[in-house]
Design a protein around this ligand. Sequence first.
Ligand code: DGI
Ligand code: FE
Ligand code: FE
Length: 192
Amino acid sequence: MEKMWIHEKLKNSIGIKRYEHSVNVMNVSIDLANHYGYSTKKAAMAGLLHDCGKLQDKKNILKLTQDFGIILDNVTKNNKELIHALLGKELAKREYNVDDEEILDAIRFHTTGRENMNLIEKIVYIADVIEPNRDFPGIEKIRNMAYKDIDRSVLYSMNNTIKFLIDKGWLVHLDTIKGRNQLLNLKTWSEA
Ligand code: DGI
Ligand code: FE
Ligand code: FE
């Protein structure tokens, strides 16, 4: 396999379980890229590195965030789960030598999504949700949807995330709300 050092580095920094998840997301991203006519090479790299900011060494997360001058908005400060996407983009650039802006944005927005997502952002967003190790009620429905209508599957998944966050009483990131609104306005959706 090419770029073995990336796999080794990733495994060491995020741990074996998260690494296996990342390889699964890479493979689903390749599959979706094939299906929708996007570069499989770029989709593979974005899928593989999407969680590279989820460092096992949690103390390092805050330190690197400061070192890289990453500005955290109020929702991200409040939910530490969100930082890894921002840090991931910087690590991909600085430590994994990724310079492709589409790959970097797919990593940056894989957790919240955003308004006007491009194809690779949608691919990584939904591959993260449907990779083979994920299991939750309704997963088969989203898996099928992802290949039939990727917009619909992203919208459906954003709805799930927003419901989950509300049930927990947590803040919802504005990027998720804006992304959902934009997808809802995109076309007239029939009942899911
Ligand atoms: O990194 P993964 O576990 O593979 O998955 P992920 O990057 O989608 O992260 C999921 C976590 O992020 C989960 O705890 C919910 C949280 N999250 C996702 N969207 C939002 C969010 N948290 C807030 N506050 N707002 C969001 O819009
Ligand atoms: Fe993630
Ligand atoms: Fe993930």
